[in-house]
Design a protein around this ligand. Structure first.
Ligand SMILES: [Zn+2]
Ligand SMILES: [Zn+2]
Length: 91
């Protein structure tokens, strides 16, 4: 049981583009090409949910096997307007 934590590789994901990093500070230091304000208008933002086998868009329910695949297409129920933004994973 000892040293169990060493076997748990943990990554942090951006909720906008799905890029992953081994630290939150490393993740949020880079500009995000799929930021809600526009490409590279902001930094990567931490996805606060857990790693999943499948991610669901919190606006429209579209499902995808990764955050990057989910956020690659426009969401027709995005709060900024139809197709004005990308799908965003529910937590
Ligand atoms: Zn990002
Ligand atoms: Zn959506």
């Amino acid at each position: 049981m000892k040293d169990g934590k060493l076997n748990m590789a943990q990554f942090f994901y951006c909720k906008f583009c799905g890029v992953k990093n081994s630290s939150i500070s490393g993740l949020t230091s880079g500009s995000c090409s799929r930021h809600t304000l526009g490409p590279n208008k902001g930094k990567h933002a931490l996805y606060e949910g857990s790693e999943k086998a499948q991610y669901t868009c919190k606006y429209c329910g579209t499902k995808s096997s990764s955050i990057s695949a989910l956020s690659s297409s426009s969401c027709n129920r995005h709060p900024a307007g139809s197709n004005k933004g990308k799908h965003e994973p529910a937590l």
